[in-house]
Design a protein around this ligand. Structure first.
Ligand code: NOJ
Length: 478
């Protein structure tokens, strides 16, 4: 059975990622989209583009970098589509100046990128790799020279392999390993960088990496999932405190995958399935930081997580983030199911529902952006929301030097209209970062899905701005 078949068979997998499907044209346009102007979002609204170390850097074994779980995972046969890996990726390690110049040309003001933990600490905790440290100084300096704000994510899924060998996120020691790394980075770069994100989408790296097994480190264990969940939540809050103590004038956030969820049928059974799915996908990682604990009300079996609590943990889970990074890619439609136990719910793919999807089978559902912004703004403790990722992958049309991606332009117009609608209704959303600046390595899906505003020819590393990139250049020229 190949990996995709496995995904299809796994009701659990479908709880988080929809199936891969054919692209149905998505060409809706509404009146607000036509008149959309960046100035409507306000002068201070932050416009950025994002990427992540493992997905773009390459240079996986250059200048003293240690292996991460994604090197190990992608070097194994059958884990990534076409057995691809991030060894070279979009070669950002050598081409960061060109990419930052393009970001600037497209009129963005923010560059969100992540630090590769194993480039800085090849052994995870003690030995500092000076060349790796220097690399991020150069990236930061290049941003500052170009008048761009660097926004750094400390953990975007590429755990040093040596730490996974000790149990990774399922080992409680990771909280201290992580704090040591955060301490170092924020002391090293804190005088130049004020905007920090502790983690990227814990629901994804814990759920897909430790329970469903089709992301690194490839584990499929409920107990590892629960332990990793608790340790990630602790590390997120403790990490936030560490950044604040090292960089007192910092703006500290962390990012979450957020999806609007609808019932498949209108009956009570599916409505209850939605409640459980919502707890797993949207509430599990954010509510502990808000002082609400884990969502036992919706999934009582989650209480088992308390086996891994130590005295004082309930308080340690809480941290008052300056902002929440909201990342929205698709809508989830759920129905009651006998599998998996405890969740008793599964997702009905967009393809099956005959809805428009992108190359990864993600449903195109612009109203979902508005709905999750509203949903998350209902947490009164959230002061500020930034859409730290939103984007899509469609097949680009290559015509000489031109890369046509009309559907992506429609995508951005319609999603941005929904951000604006939420903002006008009082949701405290203050920024929008496109995923992604360039085409890159899309984890288990390899290089086929292209999310970039800039096309990368992975044979030559040549960059070409897509029509959607030029659309942003014009849109942001205010
Ligand atoms: C969210 C993740 O943060 C990012 O790494 C990934 O490429 C996008 N989703 C698209 O799947």
């Amino acid at each position: 059975m190949n990996r995709r078949d496995w995904i299809k068979l796994s009701a659990c997998a479908s709880a988080v990622f929809p199936f891969v499907g054919l692209t149905k044209p998505f060409l809706l346009e509404n009146p607000i989209e036509k008149e959309l102007k960046a100035s409507d979002f306000g002068e201070d609204f932050l416009w950025g583009a994002a990427c992540a170390a493992y997905q773009v850097e390459g240079a996986w074994n250059k200048d003293g970098r240690g292996p991460s779980i994604w090197d190990t995972f992608s070097h194994k046969k059958g884990k990534v589509h076409n057995d691809e890996n991030g060894d070279v990726a979009s070669d950002f390690y050598h081409r960061y100046k060109e990419d930052i110049a393009l970001l600037k040309k497209l009129n963005f003001k923010v560059f969100r990128f992540s630090i590769s933990w194993s480039r800085v600490f090849p052994d995870g905790t003690v030995k500092i790799n000076q060349k790796g440290v220097e690399f991020y100084h150069q990236v930061i300096d290049e941003c500052l020279k170009n008048d761009l704000q660097p926004w750094i994510t400390l953990y975007h899924w590429d755990l040093p392999q040596v730490l996974e060998d000790e149990g990774g996120w399922a080992n409680r020691d990771i909280v201290n390993w992580f704090l040591n790394y955060v301490d170092f980075c924020t002391k090293e770069y804190g005088s130049k960088v004020k905007n920090w994100m502790v983690m990227n989408e814990p629901a994804a790296f814990v759920g897909i990496g430790y329970m469903m097994g089709y992301h690194a480190p490839g584990k499929k264990s409920v107990s590892k999932f629960l332990k990793a969940t608790h340790h990630a939540c602790l590390a997120m809050a403790e990490g936030g405190r560490k950044i604040k103590s090292n960089v007192p004038d910092s703006n500290v956030g962390t990012t979450f995958s957020c999806s609007h969820i609808d019932p498949y049928r209108s009956g009570l059974k599916d409505i209850k399935a939605v409640t459980r799915m919502d707890a797993l996908l949207n509430r599990l990682y954010i509510e502990p930081s808000l002082g609400m604990g884990y969502p036992y009300d919706a999934i009582p079996a989650l209480k088992k997580i308390e086996k891994y609590f130590k005295p004082g943990d309930k308080e340690k889970l809480i941290f008052d983030f300056d902002f929440i990074g909201l990342q929205n890619y698709f809508r989830v439609v759920a129905k009651k199911s006998l599998f998996p136990p405890f969740l008793w719910a599964k997702q009905i793919s967009a393809k099956k529902r005959d809805m428009p999807v992108n190359e990864m089978g993600f449903e195109i559902y612009p109203e979902g952006m508005y709905k999750v912004l509203k949903q998350f703004s209902e947490y009164k403790k959230i002061k500020n929301i930034i859409v730290t990722e939103n984007g899509t992958c469609f097949k680009d049309k290559i015509e000489g030097e031109n890369i046509h991606d009309e559907q992506r332009i429609h995508f951005f117009k319609s999603y941005l209209s929904n951000v604006l609608k939420a903002k006008k209704e009082g949701v405290p959303v203050s920024g929008y970062f496109v995923w992604s600046l360039t085409d890159n390595f899309e984890w288990s899906e390899g290089y086929e899905p292209r999310f970039g505003l800039i096309h990368v020819d992975f044979n030559t590393q040549k960059r070409r701005v897509k029509d959607s990139g030029y659309w942003f250049e014009e849109f942001l020229s205010i």
